[in-house]
Design a protein around this ligand. Sequence first.
Ligand SMILES: [Fe+2]
Ligand SMILES: [Fe+2]
Length: 247
Amino acid sequence: MSLYAIGDLHLHYQSELKAKAQLKDPLWIDHEEKFKENCRRLLEDDDTLVLVGDHSWGKDLSQCEKDFEYIRSLPGRKILTRGNHDMFWEVNKTSKLNEQFNPDLIFLQGGYETYGDYALVASKGYSFEGPFYLDKKGKVIGYDESQAKHAEKLVEREAKRLIASFEKAKADGYNKFIMFIHYPPTNILEKDSVFTKIAATYNVSQVIYAHVHGKTRFHDSIEGKYRGREYSLVSGDYLNWIPKKIM
Ligand SMILES: [Fe+2]
Ligand SMILES: [Fe+2]
């Protein structure tokens, strides 16, 4: 029994591909087939696969049916968390999604799932992505302050959601946690954030995040051991479509 994670499948069997780079970048060519093969090679039926957001380019559920069919066909128990591109998934419709796709897919938002004696807690998260202003050497010398203010509100909302989920798990007696957020835990200027603090408060052993694409962004945030916990970036193109074994 193992726990795996990967994010950003960005499937588009029925919808318009919004990121044109996805068509040209060799990392994305036939990524669905590569990923399926890797899953079949690595995962057993009693394994759990957490998909950390940005599942589909579909604008609504009707444009995601084939994408979900694909996800259903992967081995193991599948847990999906929210990403910024998941237009089919409004927070208050999470229980509806779970009813509709039970028992094949689990949509995790506003609660927790379990893996052994661990509670898996998830939310989209948020981090400020600029615009940043750079000098000639590429060093950040400023940023758009109104956008930063807006980002603060989103960070606050996501942090509240995450804390509520931790509290639920805690009230049910869990004290071992793995935290999944779609956005990186910090932006490129931060060493700590609300999210690293939440991870510390609940003493999570691992923080798993995705969202960043392309070589220039892979190292935007924390990776590896940091202040006593493990941080892992699991966006699919970063992992070359090999799901990462978390536990
Ligand atoms: Fe993405
Ligand atoms: Fe994303």
